[in-house]
Ligand binder design. Structure first.
Ligand code: AMP
Ligand code: MG
Length: 412
């Protein structure tokens, strides 16, 4: 057996970052930026009002008595301003986002004003400071400000900020397109009656869903029989139009476990027995794409449904995220330190166990607590479905109730 960290390092060394490509901003969410962006304009582009009210000259108003100002016009959002500046003793009606007219240096909120019956005069009972309720040009962004560094994962707010300064397209690291293959003579598709010895293929659906929810594009490469030639054909065809392949089944010690046999023959593969439970066997390697010579990563995951999903979390997701430009902590799911609410049972066996657990967060105390999500067999999907986290149980005895345990959060 090899340590998890070694197996992971081996995988990450072979998952190279994809070449950047330029996409419309609307398609850049959750991708990693491949360029820096420097602002070329001011935001806001002109001084404007933060509130609906009256544009005034602050010096006209008194703290201890009301002032009547003559209303000289209305400035709406989208207008360029007024015909003439606001003079002493004058005010202009103004709507949020409208440019502050020349002459005025503060805005009084409409709630603090009263308009005379004839509509020509506004009465203001308080003083204001120059600059009140006014957003100067450039108080958010100035030309030359660096808005984005390469390597940033793009959030909704990044996209909004870039749109503000007129960016329409951006160089990003593209999301990998990942082909998914199930292998096994016992597998059937759909909901029909099962023949003797048959089970339904669940991994392909679950893995494709995991890929999509992790932000990757997926291609269904189907169900392939335990047949060397069929597997070889599927892998060679897959690498021609995918950036990576994920297979399940056929990597254990069985007589018909051909994935590792074929990968070893047509690719540069390492078959690993990783010191983890579930998901001990992993066949990982690269196949050279004929058309351009690229080394396409192939993840040969174990067939047991829970193993395939845990293996995905521990190897595929970080590897594929690295291909998509992620670095450091961004490769992995977030982890927290939690308190075991009940014993998390295990025996010393030289392996790290990844237990399917439910994790609750107490907002008041800031603590996380975990309980087992159910039966922990590598075929038992009920507990995987009930789990929202994996508890990392280091080699050793049972984690007793009340002890701290590190947890990988699978759901937000
Ligand atoms: P294998 O890794 O091929 O030895 O398969 C290990 C176990 O996982 C066996 O019990 C298989 O029947 C089961 N299995 C393999 N592939 C799938 C799949 N796509 N969906 C559900 N179970 C599977
Ligand atoms: Mg099999």
């Amino acid at each position: 057996m090899i340590e998890y960290t070694e197996a992971r390092r081996f995988v990450l060394e072979r998952c190279r970052r994809a070449e950047p490509t330029v996409v419309p901003l609307a398609e850049a969410l959750d991708l990693v930026a491949a360029e820096s962006v420097e602002a070329r304009e001011q935001v806001p582009p002109f001084a404007n009002t933060a509130v609906d009210g009256f544009a005034v000259r602050a010096a006209d108003l008194h703290p201890d008595r009301s002032t009547a100002l003559r209303i000289v016009g209305t400035v709406r959002a989208g207008m360029s301003g007024l015909d003439s500046p606001v003079g002493p003793g004058e005010a202009a009606r103004i709507m949020t986002g409208a440019p502050v007219p020349p002459g005025a240096d503060a805005i009084v909120m409409v709630e603090r004003t009263e308009v005379s019956a004839d509509g020509n005069t506004v009465i203001i009972g308080e003083a204001v400071n120059a600059g009140d309720n006014l957003r100067p040009a450039g108080d958010d962004i100035e030309p030359g400000d660096v808005l984005l560094e390469p390597g940033t994962r793009l959030t909704a707010a990044h996209l909004g900020m870039l749109a503000t300064v007129g960016v329409t397209h951006l160089a990003v690291v593209p999301r990998p397109r990942v082909g998914v293959i199930s292998t096994g003579d016992e597998l059937v598709e759909g909901g029909g009656p099962l023949g003797p010895g048959q089970i339904r293929d669940s991994n392909r659906l679950a893995l494709r869903a995991l890929l999509r929810s992790s932000g990757f594009d997926t291609v269904d490469l189907g169900l392939v029989r335990d047949d060397e030639a069929a597997i070889e054909g599927a892998l060679l065809a897959g690498v021609e139009h995918c950036d990576a392949l994920v297979t399940s089944g056929g990597v254990s010690m069985g007589d018909f476990d051909y994935i590792k046999v074929v990968l070893d023959r047509i690719g540069d593969m390492r078959w690993m027995q990783v010191a983890i439970k579930p998901a001990k066997p992993l066949a990982f390697g690269t196949i050279t794409r004929r058309s351009d010579g690229a080394a396409v990563p192939v993840f040969g995951l174990p067939g047991n449904p829970v193993s395939s999903m845990v293996s995905f979390e521990l190897f595929c997701r970080p590897g594929l995220r690295q291909m998509a430009g992620a670095v450091g902590e961004d490769l992995d799911r977030p982890t927290v330190l939690a308190v075991a609410e009940e014993p998390l049972t295990r025996r010393p066996d030289g392996k790290i166990h990844f237990a399917r657990v439910r994790c609750t967060h107490d907002l008041a105390t800031g603590t996380h607590r975990v309980r087992s999500a159910g039966a922990q067999g590598s075929h038992q999907m009920a507990a995987m479905a009930a789990a929202d986290a994996l508890a990392v149980l280091p080699d050793g005895p049972t984690i007793e109730a009340g002890a701290a345990v590190r947890v990988l959060l699978l759901a937000p």
